[in-house]
Write a new protein. Structure first.
Length: 358
């Protein structure tokens, strides 16, 4: 994933890029970005023996895998990276003339939207349905999770005992007054978390919880998970909610950081999980090859590497996580279908706005 990691268009400049062969007719949001993208891309058309991927997941996380695939199969893969919004706008604008065979995004909400917008085609694959658990893929088989990201509680080991923690909902309790840090509600990760809560708890209880979180904030919401954890480490607050791979990155940089992860909701629905994943485009020119790549990514070493490179969890339960990730302990994940992250996203955004969560 991660525009946060290193993401910029510069990061993907070079020979691994594709551009559409037809003229571009775009309207609406993201067009400026799409046009900017097209200006920096060399004019290249897809050859018969290569695949073209549009990816929200960062180059550093996908290129090593694509290189390995090329080595193994002889199939070349070219890709562009950008945020999900511009990539989706581009696919819609290109329509039938798109050179893209596969779309990779982070967050099920983005994949759900791509499917809703009609740019993905169903894939009936016994390999994929066997490798990827049902709650991590589209019930209509238009996209499949390839890695799992857990959004869990992080706390100060100096000021909080794990015995003080239980659930996401409990972070709304008065005992956390002025002790909670949150990332902005504008980030899709929190929209997905609240969307899943809506599905589990209903609108009234979810609104009560989110209002409670806002009441407990020690400071304004942060732009990203890393800043949030740095605030906890600095003593600005005691507890927060983050994706575990950001914790993993911080731990690599600062092995002695006085923070730890906690797995909430283990006696109820489980830890909120989301995915990064992929779908074959509706107008893929190399559909069979794109399905093969997707299947390859869903199993074995490729599946492990896809998760490990960003310290995430493999979506395929047969594949073990990286030892650094496994060291955080095992947990029960929420097995509600991640589609909910998309289908209730608008409702979640409204709820957070009404609750004063900025
Ligand atoms: Fe991220």
């Amino acid at each position: 994933m991660s525009r946060e990691l290193a993401g910029s268009l510069d990061a993907c400049a070079g020979r691994h890029q594709a551009r559409p062969r037809g003229p571009f007719f775009g309207t609406g949001r993201g067009v400026a970005s799409v046009l900017a993208l097209m200006l920096v891309l060399p004019a290249v058309s897809a050859r018969a023996d290569e695949l073209i991927v549009y990816s929200e997941r960062n180059e550093s996380l996908i290129k090593p895998l694509f290189d390995a695939y090329t080595k193994e199969t002889g199939v070349d893969i070219r890709f562009i990276t950008d945020q999900a919004g511009p990539l989706l706008e581009r696919l819609k604008a290109e329509g039938e003339s798109t050179p893209a065979d596969l779309l990779i995004t982070v967050d099920a909400g983005n994949l759900w939207l791509a499917a809703q917008e009609g740019v993905l085609a169903p894939v009936e694959s016994e390999t994929l349905t066997a490798n990827i658990p049902a709650h991590l893929r589209d019930p209509g088989n238009r996209w499949f999770g390839l890695s799992v990201r857990a959004r869990t509680i992080v706390y100060s080991t100096e000021r909080v005992s794990p015995g003080d923690l239980t659930t996401y909902e409990d972070l709304a309790a008065p005992k956390w007054k002025h002790r909670l840090c949150l990332r902005t509600s504008k980030k899709v990760y929190n929209q997905s978390l609240v969307a899943m809560m809506l599905e589990r708890l209903g609108p009234e209880e979810t609104a009560r919880v989110v209002r409670g979180w806002v009441n407990n904030l020690a400071t304004e919401p942060f732009a990203n998970d890393t800043k949030l954890m740095e605030a906890i480490a600095a003593g600005q607050c005691d507890v927060g909610i983050v994706n575990t791979y950001y914790f993993g990155r911080l731990q690599r940089e600062k092995p002695n950081v006085k923070l730890a992860l906690f797995w909430p909701n283990q006696d109820s629905n489980g830890v909120h999980v989301n995915i990064s994943g992929a779908g074959v485009t509706r107008y893929a020119k190399h559909r069979a090859e794109a399905v093969k790549l997707l299947e390859w990514l869903s199993a074995g070493e490729a599946q492990g590497a896809f998760a490990d490179m960003n310290l995430e969890y493999p979506a395929n339960p047969q594949v073990q996580p990286d030892p650094a990730v496994a060291a955080w302990g095992s947990f029960k994940p929420d097995t509600i279908n991640v589609t909910v992250a998309g289908s209730r996203q608008a409702e979640a955004v409204m709820l957070m706005d009404r609750a004063g969560y900025r």
